[in-house]
Design a protein around this ligand. Sequence first.
Ligand code: SF4
Length: 417
Amino acid sequence: MTCLKPESRIPRNDGSFNAPADMRPRAPGVTPTALKNGGRVRAANQPAEGLYLPNNNFQAPHMRSPDYVQMSTAAAITLGVMPGKMHRCGCTRCLNLLLTYPEGCRANCAYCGLARHREAERDYADRNFIRVDWPAVPMAQVIDIVAAQGEATPFHRMCISMITHPRSDADTVSVLEAWTKKIDPSSLPVSILSNPTTMERSDVKRLHELGSDIFTVALDAATPEIFDRTRGKGVQSPHSWTKYWEILEDARDIFGPRKFGAHIIVGMGETESEALNLVQRIVDLGGHSHMFCFFPERGSLMDHLPATPRDQWRRVQLARYLIDYRGVRVDHMRFDEEGRVADYGLPKGELDAIIAEGVAFRTSGCPGKFADDVSACDRPYGDSPPSNIASYPFQPNKNDIGGIRKQLGMPRRPTFQ
Ligand code: SF4
């Protein structure tokens, strides 16, 4: 298994940002009734037998949470249940566990490989998500391996990722309870990547009481209009911006400062100013934002649209880091008439020094054991191919920083005035 896959048909935008009018998802097609709700898998009715690698092509309706979870290819390699190598990084520090059901996620988010509209085309356990395959593993096996590793575990954090499914709330509780029976969450903290659509405040409270440490909400879209267009009514999906904010504010009250956050995808048609005002709003509430660069996921309703141009992505990535970790406010920054960052609100020397440190360009997410601003969740190549890295899953070297500066429209090395 390798992360170096041919990516010959990635749509490109040679302009300097993804304009709102261009980023329109396709309409979902009609799924034949027999294929709805995992129909093909239920009809085949094969037994679940341990580790399932995507494209094994046996269809096991009992391979479902809480007995099974899926995990990213990087997590499976790090856990040792799958052979393989990741380009320039040995392992991931976050064990991301995704709830799994043969009926799949019941939402239809336009940028997502797990979306419901794919039912006819691909069984749930075989779908790609954030560019990679997600093998399914028995939960008991996962717990036994990590419990046996003890202090020596390579993981700094575990994350339970919910999807939109009627069993998702109850099964998140079951997975968390099974985990904390054998693994102390104060030595290996747990994050929840929530699904607000099915949740109430009491669910957030329960997950906190059961020992989870950080609660995140995947807003994904930076404005209510883009939210509705990509994951609400626009694509026959059940999510609402208002409900997501309600649960985000519940998380702020229950988990407390710096223990909650929101995911934002950059390049789905928002302006840089809109994305960064959202980052500021979340910081003002006491949380952090975790940022993803839009990538046209194969099989999604946005797979014909261009990935975020690197200059747009780098500007927002850098500005988000300054707001989240360096005390710069969005109102210290200046934007041009197209909403692009024109000034980061810092003297040149200070900005050069922060760029040279490189942390701003690493994958953002819940922290691990290295530093508050270094994410355990490094999601190798989740938002770009290795040939043109958006979020660095490792510390970028001098050569990488030179390339990043070029993408930011700066000379490869700082000039001194
Ligand atoms: S709710 Fe999450 S998993 Fe489901 S389609 Fe939307 S982004 Fe994908």
